[in-house]
Ligand binder design. Structure first.
Ligand code: PEP
Ligand code: MG
Length: 551
């Protein structure tokens, strides 16, 4: 038996073959190719493969989501074979005697720039499509696997570490679990694993060896153990745990349709955290009563270029419509720190967690902010959207955000585009500064949502990404809990509500403290909704105490 011990960061027991994630180099280099007819044949093959892939995608989409969604892939297939586009690629190859990759990339950029420069907003949005099409042909030329996993069967993805942008681009349908050498429970990759309900273990260090590729592994996302060739006793323990997990899941199913309320009638909204429109399915199947945090930056992380206003609008609208009138809190983009996006072309920083991230980027780049706010307000006509600003430290920042909202609303009004002018606005409480000025902030907004991941990081001066800070990174620290209470008192004094959307919200052992503080909403990963509801329905709010706040 080989036992590897790490840190369990997303619960659940699974078994499956270990698959080592490889970073694929997609940098295009111009090379000279003498045999142009062989190179043209290689191009043609890549194009034919792209058309076949797109037709298969259109077919799958038609079955799962109807004709309208399939049209996108059919249009992409037409782009691949577009006469002007193909001619542009071929003539570059012939005239410059270069490789197909370079010619495809150059033609793609040329066509995208041409579309982007058009006056019509619909045609401008086609620039993203042409980039997508070029990327697909390039991937085929370079042997890059879409979705990053070259396996027909679902696998346990193993890696040294995974950046959020890498995790979000993996094909979820092929992932049974994650195991990594590095990483921490508070990293966004761990958060994504919890959002997707996929068991994950990090911090395995050198014990996780590439030699193990393809071997059957048993992963326990609670205890953090990863086992190959388990002995009888370990196998029996894992099987028993799996059976118990199934039993508990069955029990939690009985919580569906029940109200989120304590025995003595204190209502606490149990909402969900999501990273993409696809996560809504898990929200609905777990009976989440709303979305308390849509990390919109994952739309940016999953793309190769700025998602257009229209692309964002479609994403926000689909979530709002699917939630059918239930509150959907969309956080404006929180790029920076561990969430780096190449096309933002950010300056390298010594301490990115303390640098230009989140709202600071939006206020520094009004055009990026404007496109997102326009998409959000347009989508507000299709459901109950609320807008939330991250990493707030000062009242002036909120006032500036609100001015940007007013400006966008005035534009939409003028253009005759429908939107909800009463869209709720909230801020995240995730810096000590925001706690200290919470009374003033509360007068500016409709709600607070506490980001305990960053609040812990900044209050305790502990890097949330580091996996060796151990007990120093403690979201239960009285300083963090007192900050939570200060923010709650300020919110309630101003007559607004306060929720928690950081990972601490799903910690059932903290529920009595949250009830004593008077938290009104808890937003957690979809799989944590029913266990939390079960605990809430057994609690008596008026007997809960603030003893955890004592040192
Ligand atoms: C937080 O900081 O607690 C939070 C919810 O935001 P994120 O984890 O995305 O930084
Ligand atoms: Mg945060």
């Amino acid at each position: 038996m080989i036992l590897m011990q790490g840190k369990g960061v997303s619960k659940g027991v699974v078994k499956g073959p270990l698959y080592f994630f490889r970073r694929q180099d997609t940098t295009v280099v111009k090379t000279t190719v003498n045999d142009q007819s062989a190179e043209q044949a290689r191009l043609q093959q890549a194009q034919e493969r792209a058309v076949a892939q797109l037709e298969a995608l259109a077919e799958r989409c038609r079955e799962e989501a109807g004709d309208e969604s399939a049209v996108l892939f059919e249009t992409h297939a037409m782009f691949v074979e577009d006469e002007d586009f193909v001619e542009c690629i071929q003539s570059t190859m012939e005239e410059e005697g270069c490789n197909a990759e370079y010619a495809v990339q150059t033609a793609g950029e040329q066509f995208a720039a041409m579309f982007a420069a058009m006056d019509d907003a619909y045609m401008q949005a086609r620039a993203a499509d042409i980039r997508d099409v070029s990327r697909r042909i390039l991937n085929n030329l370079m042997g890059v696997v879409e979705g990053g996993i070259d396996s027909d069967e679902p696998v346990i993805v193993a890696a040294d570490d995974l950046a959020p942008s890498e995790t979000i681009q993996l094909d979820k349908s092929k992932i049974l679990g994650f195991v990594t050498q590095g990483g921490s429970g508070n990293s966004h990759t761990a958060i994504l694993a919890r959002t997707m309900g996929i068991p994950a273990v990090c911090g395995l260090g050198d014990a996780l060896k590439e030699d193990y590729a393809g071997r059957l592994a048993y992963v326990d996302g609670e205890t953090g153990s990863v086992v190959l060739e388990p002995d009888e006793l370990t196998l029996a323990t894992m099987r028993e745990k799996y059976a118990r997990q199934q039993e508990m899941n069955a029990l939690y199913q009985t919580m569906k349709g029940q109200e989120d309320v304590t025995l003595d009638g204190k209502k606490v909204n149990v909402y969900c955290n999501i990273g993409s429109p696809e996560d809504v399915a898990a929200v609905l199947s777990n009976d989440g009563q709303g979305i308390g945090l849509f990390r919109s930056e994952f739309l940016y992380l999953a793309a190769d270029d700025y998602p257009s206003e229209d692309t964002q609008f479609e994403a926000y609208k689909s979530v709002a419509a699917a939630m059918d009138g239930k509150r959907v809190i969309i956080r404006t983009l929180d790029i920076g720190a561990d969430k780096q996006v190449a096309y933002f072309d950010m300056k390298k920083e010594e301490n990115p967690a303390l640098g230009v991230r989140a709202i600071r980027i939006c206020l520094n780049r009004p055009e990026v902010f404007r496109a997102q706010l326009r998409a959000l307000y347009r989508a507000s006509a299709y459901g109950k959207i609320a807008i939330m600003f991250p990493m707030i430290t000062s009242v002036w920042e909120v006032r500036e955000c609100k001015r940007a909202c007013q400006k966008v609303m005035a534009e939409l009004e003028k253009e005759g585009i429908p939107f909800n002018k009463d869209t709720e606005i909230g801020v995240m409480i995730e810096t000590p500064a925001s706690v200290f000025v919470a009374e003033e902030l509360a007068k500016e907004v409709d709600f607070f949502s506490v980001g305990t991941n960053d609040l812990t990081q900044y209050t305790l001066a502990c890097d949330r990404q580091a996996n060796d800070l151990g007990k120093f990174f403690d979201p239960h620290h009285p300083a963090v809990l007192r900050a939570l209470k200060m923010a709650a008192d300020a919110a309630h004094k101003a007559g607004i509500w306060i929720g928690i959307c950081g990972e601490l919200g799903a910690d059932v052992s903290m529920l009595p403290t949250f009830l004593a503080i008077g938290i009104d909403e808890l937003s957690v990963s979809p799989s944590a909704v029913l266990p939390l509801r079960a605990a809430l329905r057994k609690s008596i709010a008026k007997t809960c105490t603030l003893e955890m706040l004592e040192c």
